[in-house]
Design a protein around this ligand. Structure first.
Ligand SMILES: [Zn+2]
Length: 329
C-alpha cells in the first residue's frame, strides 16, 4: 500500500543512500507517507561488483533511477544489479520494476507466487506488467551472489500471502519486507499465519533486521517479540470487550468503537484498525471462541470508507461468543 506525500512530522528523516554493512546499502524509494514511512527501503546486497536489489520502490518517481545509478557508482565503478528480489505484492515494493529494467533489461526479477485464495489474491496479477518475466521464488531458495554473500528466501506470509523475507547467512541479518517495520506496526491479512511467520523469523535469531520501511532494527529479536506480544494483547483486549456482554452479537465495528472509546483516530487509521479487529475476530472464530452468525453488519458501509484492501465479507461478519476454545494462544 502507499500514499505518496511528505514525510510525516513524527518521523526522523533517513538519508537517501547509506552503507549499512560491508555488503549492504540502503536506497530510499523517495515515496514517504503515512503507510510508507520514510519511503520504501530498497537494499543493494553483495560484496563484489554483482549486486542484488531487494525491492525497487513504487515507480513514477523521476528521481529514483538517478539515485539508484549514482548509488551503484558510489559502491564501485563496475557495480551492477544482476537480480531484483520483490518481497511481496504491494505496489510500493515493486512499482518501479519497469524503471529498473529500463536501466538494464538483463536484470532477473524474482517473487514468491501470490496465493489466489488469499486476501488480495488476483489483484497483483491484474496490475503487474505482463511483459515483465517473474521468476518464482520458493521457500528455502538459496541465492548465491558471490563467494561471501548468500541470501536465503523465507516465505513468511501474514502481512500478505506472498511475503518473503531474505536471510543473509554471512551476517545473520534479516531483510523482513513488511513483516516487521522500523517504526510503529504493520497491517496483516491473517492473524494466525502472521504470528506463525513472526515466530519463524524470531527462531532464526537475527542479529539485525532490515525492514521494508523505517530505520534499521538493531534489537531484531526484541522487535519481533514486541510484534507478537502486540497481537496477543490485542486479542485479549477484544475478548475483554466481548466478555463485557457475551450474549450479544458482536461486529468488528462495534468492538472497534468500544476499544477506541473517546479516542477516535483519523479515518485512514480508523479503517485499518477496523480491518485488523475484523481479522482478529476471524481468528477467534477459527479458535472456536466465537461463532459466525448468518447475518451481516449492514450499517457498516455508511460508517466507514472501505479501502480496496478491506475484504468486505471479513469486515461485515457478525460473531457470537461460544465460551469454548481450541487455541493455544
Ligand atoms: Zn506491504
Amino acid at each position: 500500500m502507499s500514499e505518496a506525500s511528505e514525510l510525516p512530522k513524527y518521523l526522523t528523516p533517513l538519508p537517501d543512500f547509506v552503507q549499512l554493512s560491508s555488503r549492504i546499502w540502503r536506497i530510499l524509494g523517495l515515496n514517504p507517507g503515512l503507510f510508507t514511512l520514510q519511503g520504501t527501503n530498497c537494499y543493494l546486497v553483495g560484496s563484489g561488483d554483482r549486486l542484488i536489489l531487494i525491492d525497487c520502490g513504487e515507480g513514477g518517481i523521476p528521481e529514483y533511477i538517478p539515485l539508484l545509478q549514482q548509488s551503484l557508482q558510489k559502491i564501485s565503478s563496475n557495480a551492477y544489479i544482476s537480480d531484483l528480489l520483490i518481497t511481496h505484492c504491494h505496489t510500493d515494493h515493486w512499482g518501479g520494476v519497469k524503471d529498473v529494467l529500463g536501466m538494464d533489461n538483463c536484470i532477473n526479477v524474482h517473487k514468491f507466487p501470490t496465493v489466489p485464495t488469499a486476501f488480495d489474491g488476483g489483484r497483483f496479477e491484474k496490475i503487474f506488467p505482463s511483459d515483465v518475466k517473474l521468476l518464482p521464488l520458493h521457500d528455502g531458495q538459496l541465492i548465491k551472489i558471490d563467494e561471501s554473500t548468500t541470501l536465503r528466501a523465507i516465505h513468511a506470509p501474514g502481512h500478505s500471502s506472498d511475503d518473503c523475507s531474505f536471510w543473509l547467512e554471512e551476517e545473520q541479518a534479516l531483510f523482513a519486507g513488511d513483516c516487521v517495520l522500523g517504526y510503529g506496526t504493520t497491517s496483516f491479512d491473517d492473524v494466525s499465519t502472521y504470528i506463525n511467520s513472526l515466530e519463524q523469523l524470531k527462531a532464526l535469531d537475527p542479529k539485525v533486521l532490515y525492514p521494508g520501511h523505517g530505520p534499521v532494527v538493531e534489537d531484531a529479536i526484541g522487535k519481533i517479540q514486541e510484534y507478537i506480544d502486540l497481537r496477543v494483547q490485542r486479542e485479549n483486549e477484544i475478548l475483554q470487550v466481548i466478555l463485557s456482554d457475551p450474549s450479544t452479537p458482536w461486529t468488528a465495528y462495534k468492538v472497534t468503537e468500544s476499544l477506541w472509546k473517546d479516542k477516535r483516530p483519523a479515518q485512514d487509521i480508523r479503517d485499518i484498525h477496523l480491518r485488523g479487529i475484523a481479522l482478529h475476530l476471524k481468528k477467534l472464530g477459527e479458535d472456536g471462541k466465537l461463532r459466525k452468525l448468518d447475518s451481516v453488519d449492514s450499517t457498516l458501509e455508511e460508517r466507514v470508507v472501505l479501502n480496496p484492501w478491506s475484504k468486505p465479507e471479513v469486515i461485515k461478519s457478525v460473531w457470537i461468543y461460544t465460551g469454548e476454545s481450541n487455541s493455544k494462544l
